[in-house]
Design a protein around this ligand. Structure first.
Ligand code: IVH
Length: 689
């Protein structure tokens, strides 16, 4: 049919058909490397789509294929890849004395003499996007982003477009299987050129080279990645079939020989003085380097030491990132407003005249709390000094008093919540002030809802901050459990919302369903938003109680501080009476209990699965006593944890083994009384082998 003969209804329906069809063809072509039609047929469909859009511009769809040319094509369509070895992050330090703390701490951990040799590989901290590149029989076979550290996105085709990535490694000593990890970066010059192009095309410029690198890599059309001039450097490894090196410096040497790029700025440092020198020199070079860096990374060089040092939470104990000091600028403080967080804490936020701080446009900064505003004597209309470091929210460090105008006004902290009007009270544990409205306060509900669906908790795809907030404002989601009734109660309305359609709605409902069908206990506990319970503590709780039923039953009992359940709770490493009370207070709130019941009616919470371990210590509770000879107490604890054991502070009927070092005291005695097995350090070492 000729385009001009189409009725509006026919045009809309054909546009819908074309959007779907062209997207399928794109995927087949770009992702699966398997075109379904000839180029001419494809072009004809695109031409037809454009013609209809020209005649019926008001019918142009959000997912129109015309919008997708050269732009990001829905990132959700990347295939997911589970990392064989998790991709970790690094702990940070910000000052010189912390270098010494770090080195001394590590030496103590493995009981090295202070004068003993302890080398570090010092590297630039590249400010880009981490990647993993898997080589089998020297051939590049798979690429992935970091994602959440456990699961990343398949960017095999995109990485192939980067000219520095060797498609084949050279040399005779490449392990059969090796995953090289590193950072994809965009050179400063390429970033500026790209932004000029964006401007010419009337597209939004990228905020900094890192964002540009990330946006360019995560393209469903790998040809776009190819046009963006990305670079990369390798700096670590994931899964390896055979270790052919015994230090980080040898590793970097090897991959260089195999043809993989390594930053020329790396240096082996023998001691703290050399680390300091490295940092100072790197800082001087920084403005002249072709790419952005945001600090240095120090890694214990010897692998045997790295293995003994192990990991803490999601970062290696044997490495640290030393960040450059934050960049500063002066601007005008236009206004102070109050933000209400998930737990009701009121945070004053400064709106400032937008200013470029270290390459990023800043228009807001946090003021932390009322005390901070008073202490720094910050007034509205003042010229303030603003600083920003990495991804941290910009901070106001002080006022330029010489520039204070006559009409500067002091900020008066509100006595009622600006969102719900409830009284503002002083928080019991912090200097902060808190809204007393609890879940009566819309701001707190919205923040809890955002937390509930966020990436580290239930990770419901398609339910980002903006959408969950708008569903709340419409009255469709008032509490977490409402999310699971969205399809039934508001499915029809959601499909019709602006920017939504059958596909996006059904994607959302299926990701909600996926979460309803199986949510691991640790994610569920974290999602509940119990004050002070972060990801790591939620995981500890899950690994202690294993099932949701057992967890709830024990928490109910633990409300009584004389109960065994309470003792068990505070005996969990890192949970003391303060946190225990936060948990039991939450668990005795009527509203919270009702909501947990609502959730359990629609969700299946899967028991915590222990990391597979062959160790006999897996699942056992151990207690250490006395002085150990071959390792420090911290090292022993870390080893026990990674063998799947729980480490408790005191002996109880739940203890499986007491590991007795020299000069053991009453714990060993108590173990004997309770009939618990007491073992030697040598026996323990055997068990964790
Ligand atoms: S090593 C197990 N080395 O920094 C060690 N990371 O803040 C993990 N990064 O996710 C990483 N330069 O994306 C390492 N020379 C370097 C690095 C580096 C930049 C990034 C990396 C990591 C993040 C952690």
């Amino acid at each position: 049919m000729k385009t001009s003969d189409l009725t509006e209804l026919e045009a809309a329906s054909e546009l819908a058909y074309l959007a779907k069809k062209i997207s399928e063809l794109n995927k087949a072509y770009y992702l699966n490397d398997a075109p379904l039609v000839t180029d001419a047929e494809y072009d004809e469909l695109k031409r037809r789509n454009e013609e209809i859009e020209r005649l019926f511009p008001h019918l142009i769809r959000k997912d129109s294929p015309t919008n997708l040319v050269g732009a990001t094509i829905i990132a959700d369509d990347f295939k997911k890849i589970k990392h064989a070895v998790p991709m970790l992050s690094l702990a940070n330090i910000f000052s010189d004395p912390e270098i010494t703390d770090f080195v001394v701490r590590l030496k103590k951990f493995i009981d090295l003499d202070n004068s003993a040799d302890f080398e570090f590989m010092a590297e630039p901290k590249l400010d880009g996007l981490s990647f993993s590149a898997l080589y089998i029989n020297k051939k590049f076979v798979q690429g992935a982003t970091r994602g959440d550290g456990q699961v990343g996105e398949d960017i095999t085709e995109n990485l192939k477009q980067i000219k520095y990535l060797p498609l084949e490694l050279k040399g005779d000593d490449v392990p059969e299987k090796i995953e090289i990890r590193g950072e994809v970066i965009m050179n400063k010059a390429d970033f500026l050129a790209l932004n000029e192009l964006q401007e010419q095309k009337k597209l939004k410029p990228f905020a900094n080279p890192r964002n540009a690198a990330a946006g360019s890599l995560r393209q469903l059309d790998p040809r776009v990645t190819g046009r963006r001039n990305l670079s990369l450097f390798g700096y670590t490894y994931g899964t390896v079939s055979e270790l052919k090196w015994s230090s980080q410096s040898e590793f970097l040497q090897k991959i260089t020989e195999w043809g993989f790029p390594v930053s020329p700025e790396v240096r082996l440092c023998k001691n703290i003085t050399e680390l300091r020198e490295f940092f100072a020199q790197l800082g001087e070079k920084r403005p002249f380097l072709p790419y952005d860096i945001d600090g240095a990374v120090y890694k214990v060089n010897r692998l045997d030491y790295q293995n003994r040092l192990g990991f803490v939470a999601r970062a290696p104990r044997w490495a640290i990132a030393h960040k450059f000091p934050p960049e500063k600028a002066q601007t005008l403080l236009e206004n102070i407003r109050i933000q209400v967080g998930r737990t009701g804490i009121l945070t004053p936020v400064a709106d400032v005249t937008p200013i470029n701080v270290g390459g990023v446009l800043v228009s807001h900064a946090t003021l932390h709390n009322d005390d901070e505003i008073k202490r720094k004597d910050i007034r509205i209309n003042d010229t303030i000094i603003i600083q920003r470091a990495g991804d941290v929210i910009p901070q106001i460090t002080g006022v330029v008093l010489s520039k204070r105008p006559a009409d500067s006004t002091e900020f008066v902290f509100p006595t009622t919540c600006p969102v719900c009007g409830s009284a503002v009270i002083q928080d019991d544990t912090a200097v902060a002030k808190r809204c007393s409205g609890g879940l009566f306060c819309p701001a707190q509900i919205v923040e809890s809802l955002k937390h509930f669906v966020s990436r580290d908790t239930l990770n419901i795809d398609g339910l980002g901050d903006k959408i969950i907030t708008s569903f709340y404002e419409k009255g469709w989601v008032k509490r977490p459990s409402d999310i699971f009734n969205l399809e039934q109660n508001y499915g029809q309305q959601i499909v019709k919302l602006e920017g939504w359609g059958d596909k996006s709605a059904s994607n959302l409902f299926s990701s909600i369903q996926k979460v309803a069908n199986a949510t691991p206990l640790d994610k569920f506990i974290f999602a509940l938003g119990i004050p002070e319970i972060g990801q790591a503590t939620a995981r500890l709780l899950a690994s202690t109680y294993l099932s949701i039923e057992h967890f709830l039953a024990q928490m109910k009992l633990a409300i009584d501080p004389t109960s065994n359940a309470y003792l068990e709770l505070i005996n969990i490493d890192s949970i003391g009476p303060v946190i225990a009370t936060k948990i039991t207070t939450f668990m005795s709130g009527q509203h919270n209990l009702e909501e947990i019941d609502n959730l359990l009616a629609v969700m299946n919470i899967t028991p915590f699965i222990k990391v597979e371990s062959n160790s006999v210590l897996s699942g056992k509770t151990v207690v250490f006593t006395g002085t150990l000879e071959t390792m420090t107490r911290n090292e022993a604890k870390a080893k026990a944890l990674s063998a799947g054991a729980k480490v408790a502070g005191s002996v109880s009927s739940k203890t499986d083994y007491v590991i007795q070092g020299a000069d053991a005291g009453s714990k060993a005695q108590k173990a004997i009384e309770l009939g618990i097995q007491v073992i030697t350090e040598t026996e323990f070492s055997e068990m964790i082998k």
